[in-house]
Design a protein around this ligand. Structure first.
Ligand SMILES: [Fe+2]
Length: 288
């Protein structure tokens, strides 16, 4: 089994981990779940996090083949179009994006100019699809539950699980966003846990965990099966659903959910500027 070189970039403002995944036999790579920094109070974007990835890619003379999104994130803005402009690559996401666009197209009262067919992305993946990063093969697992369009990218001996599983001591992702389902997430996680025990798992977020003082993002299928506090040691579907739903009822909305959804459902593009060239995001009142 080929073992890709994986470099992680941690964004402390949103607890997001972005990854550069490289074919060890060549110069091809993919960027997974990049971050465009956004200061909500001032409405200003910043490209610090994305520039770090671009600098890394350029310094090593890598060829970016893919800009992969595990899903439409609700807690950070994607920098995929910004990185694409600088170093290329095709932007990919799951084909269930159409459901997500339909849901949030309504929430944000988008007009007919907002296409809900996923056409803002370069490629829509279905579960079971495969793709190449140079000589490296990637396989796509559809792993809904956190959102309807969530994907896990299995690349060589590494699985990029987005927001399905977190580190074993933190558990799993919330399932209370529109279209989320804790039972569905449990079923998706079982799919991931059928990968070989030694498969490296790279998670999309880390928030530390009680008793752990450092951030962490790499674990294995074997560790998840044995010790994940929500789904490990044979936890039942019923127990998981009860626990997950109760916990989700107590969680506040992510700080950047309103700007994130509007940008990420457009493949990381801002809404079209007005006739003066100014760009605006909406705040739906009492909708989320
Ligand atoms: Fe997420």
């Amino acid at each position: 089994m080929t073992s890709p070189e994986v470099t992680a970039f941690f964004d402390e403002a949103t607890n997001t981990i972005s990854y550069v995944v490289r074919d060890p036999e060549g110069d091809a790579c993919a960027v997974i779940d990049s971050v465009l920094d956004f200061d909500y109070a001032s409405g200003r974007t910043d490209t610090r996090s994305a520039d770090a990835i671009i600098a890394f890619v350029r310094k090593r003379d890598l060829r970016v083949e893919w800009l992969l999104e595990s899903h439409v994130h609700a807690d950070h803005l994607s920098a995929a179009p910004y990185i694409q402009l600088a170093v290329g690559g095709k932007i990919g996401i799951g084909d269930h994006i159409k459901i997500v666009q339909d849901t949030f197209g309504r929430v944000f009262n988008e007009g007919a100019e907002f296409q809900r067919d996923g056409s803002q992305f370069d490629l829509l993946f279905s579960g079971g699809d495969s793709f190449q990063i140079g000589q490296l093969r990637g396989d796509v697992l559809h792993t809904p539950g956190h959102t309807p369009a969530c994907l896990t990218y299995v690349i060589g001996d590494a699985a990029f699980v987005g927001d399905t599983l977190f580190m074993p001591d933190f558990g799993t992702a919330r399932c209370d966003f529109p279209g989320g389902s804790s039972g569905t997430l449990y079923d998706s996680i079982q799919k991931i846990l059928t990968l070989p025990d030694e498969t490296r798992i790279f998670v999309g977020h880390d928030y530390k965990a009680p008793g752990r003082n450092t951030y962490a993002w790499e674990t294995t299928v074997g560790e998840q099966k044995a010790t994940n506090i929500h789904v490990g040691a044979g936890a039942s579907r019923d127990d998981f659903v009860t626990m997950r739903d109760a916990r989700d009822a107590s969680l506040a909305m992510p700080r950047l959910i309103i700007p994130s959804l509007q940008v990420n459902m457009r493949a990381g593009q801002m809404p079209a500027p007005d006739d003066k060239g100014d760009v605006f995001l909406k705040v739906p009142v009492n909708k989320l």
